[in-house]
Design a protein around this ligand. Structure first.
Ligand code: PLP
Length: 392
């Protein structure tokens, strides 16, 4: 007899989960771990956002709302995005969702049919592959070169386009590599997609965490608007991961299709979280700049630490809060054949939590999140140095 649906079989337990589970076991046993695993801000949510949520609860904003979000939050989303990226969306071209991941899920579900191909550059964020497969689509992976900072060009994308190509799923700044797409490259991709009638889904979850220049945004290309879907999140920008606050910006029919899905799943996002999100999006943005400044220091500390470990190389990430060192020099040893095994040994013997590159579609890397304290960075890289020197 069949136990589960064929559809659920298209999901894989992510490689991340394996390491996380192992780390949790060690932590429970009282082992002190230097944790570079979790991709979430170590900062508390800024005071004025918390206050807005508390006030909203006191004022009884605790019921269902209109499906795509209350008008004020939809307006706050489009106003923030227009101010920062020069986009031009109306409030009914925005949907507020219970986290950015759900917005990705809705957008892919709304656009992708059985057999549709979705171009996904490697390394990719773990969930893209599974979300596309769950919708019945087929991820078509675009290999990129580390030596070229994981650059994604229109030419490379074009070489993968077939009559079945329906969408290109991009993420800049990237989780896991921290790479930021070049504006001209992105523009070329948007133009190509628009000409061919292919959608560009741009995950802008880390758009406010760039350390060099301005990040690209899908919303900046108004002439190609009908083929662009902007996927956003308040999680990283405002240290609000646990609040579950995300959004999408897209032409009205796409937003309506996504809202239809929301109407039959969550009904709406939490009312007082929508209220708090208005405070985040419309309030002072100083907190964003302050957190970014600290991430930049942390990035430089972790890079300096990694550079001190012989054999490890690392591209300089220009955004997000991850480094993606290449550990090829240490692979193929007994007990460390793969990055997955290496991460597991680093955890058990070195007491450092990292995520192996296999989770993101590459074989020679570890991902470290430096959204953590300066002490943890110092301690963690010292432990890594000792661990890797011991392997040689
Ligand atoms: N996109 C990327 C690339 C991410 O790394 C994350 C979170 O880790 C998300 C989207 C989703 O964030 P959330 O669902 O918390 O808004």
């Amino acid at each position: 007899a069949r136990e589960f649906s064929e559809r659920i079989g298209r999901f894989e337990v992510s490689a991340t989960a394996v390491v996380v589970a192992e780390a949790a076991k060690l932590k429970a046993a009282g082992v002190d771990l230097a944790d570079f695993g979790a991709g979430e801000p170590h900062f508390p949510t800024p005071r004025h956002i918390k206050d807005a949520a508390i006030a909203a609860i006191e004022q009884n904003f605790t019921h269902y709302t209109t499906t795509p979000g209350i008008p004020e939050v939809r307006k706050a989303i489009v106003d923030r995005h227009a101010a920062d990226f020069g986009s031009d969306y109306a409030p009914d071209e925005a949907i507020f969702t219970t986290g950015g991941k759900l917005a990705i899920f809705y957008a892919v579900s709304a656009l992708i049919d059985h057999g549709d191909e979705v171009i996904v550059p490697v390394p990719y964020w773990v969930s893209y592959k599974d979300i596309v497969q769950y919708a019945g689509g087929r991820p078509v992976f675009l290999e990129t070169a580390e030596a070229d900072h994981f650059r994604i060009t229109a030419e490379a994308i074009e070489s993968l386009i077939t009559p079945r190509t329906r969408a290109i799923l991009l993420n800049s700044p990237s989780n896991p590599s921290g790479a930021v797409m070049d504006t001209a490259d992105f523009e070329g991709i948007v133009r190509l997609a628009h000409e061919r009638g292919i959608y560009v889904l741009l995950d802008e979850c880390y758009a406010y965490l760039t350390y060099k220049g301005k990040p690209v945004s899908g919303g900046s290309y108004i002439e190609a608007k009908e083929h662009v879907v902007v996927l956003g999140s308040l999680s990283k920008t405002y240290a609000m991961t646990g609040w579950r606050a995300g959004f999408a910006l897209a032409p009205k029919p796409i937003i309506a299709a996504m809202a239809k899905l929301q109407s039959q799943t969550t009904s709406s996002a939490t009312h007082f979280i929508q209220k708090a999100s208005i405070a985040a999006l419309s309030g002072p943005q100083q907190c964003v700049a302050e957190m970014r400044a600290d991430y930049l220091k942390l990035r430089d500390e972790v890079l300096a630490g990694l550079r001190g470990i012989p054999g490890i190389t690392c591209t300089v990430p220009e955004g997000a809060f991850y480094v993606y060192p290449n550990v090829k020099a240490y692979l193929g040893l007994p007990g460390a054949e793969t990055a997955m095994e290496l991460a597991s040994r680093l955890l058990r013997e070195g007491h450092v939590v990292t995520v192996p590159g296999e989770a993101f579609g590459t074989r020679e890397h570890l991902r470290l999140s430096y959204a953590t304290s300066h002490e943890t960075v110092a301690e963690g890289v010292a432990r890594m140095k000792a661990f890797f020197e011991g392997l040689r």
